[in-house]
Design a binder for this molecule. Structure first.
Ligand SMILES: Nc1ncnc2c1ncn2[C@@H]1O[C@H](COP(=O)(O)OP(=O)(O)OP(=O)(O)O)[C@@H](O)[C@H]1O
Length: 311
């Protein structure tokens, strides 16, 4: 797309350079401030510069979502923006007669897919592809979508079914900390980088209420357990265990207090992801009881920590 300018192929760009520059000046100096362009299809001429300038202007104005036709471009704000993700806003997008007319948002994408399922006589599965480079915000965006569906697709009629829906909702949200503890690690680009791909399936009944979820994972970077790049870390779960195990558990799991392990580099980095309690709590909600958890966390072979070997 970016190789074509005003309908001409890149071969004729040189001849049209003055025209292009003129168009560029006109666009950049036009009446509409760039941050107000909420759809990249309105950018003209379509060049790398105009698209990036538009996204930059929107980013500076705290507008992190921009449409590009039927695709949504999400910029990572790299700061918390709580008002952008409130349940009230979710309901606003859900209740809107034409959500696509509201400001670009991941909730528009979520709602559109939800309506596509709902509106059809014979429901058709809907897929949302979240892609981008490491640290772009894919995990964040998927979490947002799951929260969105947990809110909008869980309003059943009876108290009993309400309780069931609430449990499913809680389980869906609790799958995130567990998957992230076991499959995410701190890398140079992202403190909470997913080292695996995932296909998340949310299941609904004929009344479009959430009835379950399934997650398929693939391509887990298993080699990270034994080998990590300089300044990167192993999977979060190992640090969580080392930092969060109780005294009894340390004895049981052969993890002396203050032990240093060569396969756990950079333990001094304190990350919010290092919270063992959150993982355990989430596992409990998923139906993994404490004895089963203990079996998972147990280090079966006696591991001699580095600093103990020197003594
Ligand atoms: N919409 C957002 N609002 C606030 N912070 C965000 C948002 N999106 C991303 N972030 C921040 O950026 C960090 C990286 O995002 P995330 O982990 O989702 O990237 P990713 O694309 O999944 O990366 P990887 O491919 O390495 O797993 C998050 O931990 C979070 O701090």
């Amino acid at each position: 797309m970016l190789q074509q300018v005003n309908g001409h192929s890149s071969g004729s760009v040189a001849q049209n350079l003055p025209l292009l520059r003129e168009g560029l000046q006109e666009f950049l100096g036009g009446d509409t401030p760039l941050h107000q362009l909420d759809d990249l299809t309105k950018v003209n001429p379509v060049t790398l510069e105009t698209v990036l300038r538009c996204l930059q202007a929107r980013y500076m104005a705290d507008k992190f979502y921009t449409n590009a036709g039927c695709t949504l471009v999400a910029l990572n704000p790299f700061k918390p923006v709580p008002p952008l993700y409130t349940p009230e806003l979710m309901r606003e997008y859900h209740a809107a007669s034409q959500p696509q007319k509201l400001k670009p948002h991941i909730f528009t994408v979520g709602e559109q897919s939800y309506r596509n399922v709902k509106s059809l006589i014979e429901p058709v599965n809907q897929s949302i592809v979240v892609s981008g480079e490491s640290g772009a915000g894919k995990t964040w965006t998927s979490r947002c979508l799951m929260k969105f569906y947990a809110v909008v697709a869980a309003s059943p009629a009876s108290w009993e079914s309400h309780k069931i829906a609430e449990r499913i909702e809680q389980r869906i949200l609790n799958s995130n900390p567990v998957m992230e503890a076991f499959g995410n690690a701190c890398t140079l680009r992202n403190n909470n980088s997913s080292r695996f791909g995932k296909f998340i399936q949310l299941q609904m009944n004929s009344a479009q209420q959430m009835t379950g979820a399934a997650v398929q994972t693939y391509l887990l970077e298993k080699t990270r357990v034994a080998c990590q790049a300089t300044n990167e870390r192993n999977f979060h779960i190992f640090y969580q265990i080392c930092k969060g195990a109780s005294e009894d558990e340390r004895l049981q799991w052969h993890l002396p207090e203050g032990a240093v392990f060569s396969w756990l580099p950079n333990p001094e980095k304190t990350l919010e992801e290092d919270c063992f309690e959150v993982t355990r709590e989430a596992m409990l909600h998923l139906g993994i009881d404490t004895p089963t958890q203990s079996n998972i966390f147990k280090v079966r072979r006696k591991v001699i920590p580095l600093n103990m070997q020197q003594r």
